[in-house]
Design a protein around this ligand. Structure first.
Ligand code: HEM
Length: 278
């Protein structure tokens, strides 16, 4: 299916994917080469699961989940199937995040380090809890067939805003964690003396910011939405009234029941437009 600025989309998508992969390689090299590796033994190697799982799951997988509807080669798939993929990737990201939390709490408890004292931990745990809530509400609203169409439409702006806010906040939380770990961990030479590990991990932080920026760019381009969603978006932003021919043609393209929540909303607007016209 045709997409406006397909070339531009592919360039931004490839850059995001490449930067995301490089960030994963960086976090693995950090813990395997500069740190004590990975293990589940209550020690520093157990802590290391925390950055690895948050970067691969909570940041990378969540980023892909956010833009999965935008991939033009998925536009022949039903909306329902894409919703399952979106929800599945978000669920996987959540599972990674929960295991990452267990790793750091377990490490703290084994080493008698207090829990939840830092701003990083406050914002981080809040983000994980809100992410879980977003997941439950998303499934309840958009995957359970009995949820009224009007609820789905009303909740959608909150779902989109909440998702993007959480994604950006989680990257900020990761940057705080990275900085803390470098300050705590680097002793001789210290962080302020810029040893190779510090430079390497600072670059990891820059990569996370770039990945986040590209994902947010893709997610906020209306012209890169699935064509059906684009039609709905323009009907919504144009107020839905006035041009009934456009509304009718949009509706005829939306006969597949998988877009039901949005279709219902457009249909209501179309009826309103009809009422106004009569
Ligand atoms: C601790 C969340 C990423 C480094 C914690 C704690 C939470 C948390 C809730 C508190 C654990 C406790 O008190 O026992 C998150 C979330 C992240 C994230 C949601 C998602 C991006 C990272 C990353 C690093 C990191 C990428 C880099 C190494 C640390 C460190 C601690 C910690 C050093 C122990 C000190 C402290 O409690 O602040 N994290 N974290 N975190 N995290 Fe993260």
């Amino acid at each position: 299916m045709a997409m406006e600025n397909l070339k531009q989309f592919l360039v931004v998508l490839s850059a995001a994917a490449a930067i995301g992969f490089i960030a994963i390689i960086f976090v693995l090299r950090w813990v395997l080469h500069f740190q004590d590796g990975l293990a589940w033994d209550g020690g520093l190697a157990e802590f290391n699961w925390h950055p690895v799982l948050t970067v691969t799951g909570f940041i990378f997988l969540q980023g892909i989940a956010i833009i999965v509807y935008r991939l033009p080669w998925t536009w022949q798939c039903s909306k329902l199937m894409m919703k399952f993929i979106h929800a599945g990737l978000n669920l996987l990201a959540f599972v990674f995040a929960v295991i990452a939390m267990v790793a750091v709490f377990d490490f703290h408890n084994a080493a008698n380090i207090p829990n939840m004292y830092s701003l990083h931990s406050w914002l981080g745990l809040t983000a994980v809890i809100l992410y879980g809530l977003q997941l439950v509400l998303g499934v309840g609203m958009y995957l359970i067939p009995v949820t009224p169409v009007s609820w789905r439409a009303t909740f959608m702006p909150f779902h989109v805003y909440g998702g993007l806010l959480l994604f950006a906040s989680i990257i900020a939380v990761a940057l705080m964690g990275i900085t803390e770990k470098l300050i705590f961990g680097l002793k001789d030479p210290k962080y302020k003396d810029s040893p190779p590990e510090a430079i390497f991990v600072n670059v990891l932080g820059v990569l996370l910011v770039l990945f986040g920026s590209l994902i947010l760019w893709i997610a906020t381009r209306t012209s890169w939405k699935r064509p059906r969603d684009q039609i709905l978006h323009s009907l919504h932003t144009n107020g839905g009234g006035g041009d009934n021919t456009k509304v009718a043609s949009a509706l005829s393209q939306l006969q597949d029941g998988s877009d039901a929540e949005a279709t219902g909303d457009v249909r209501k607007r179309s009826n309103k437009a009809d009422e106004q016209a009569n």
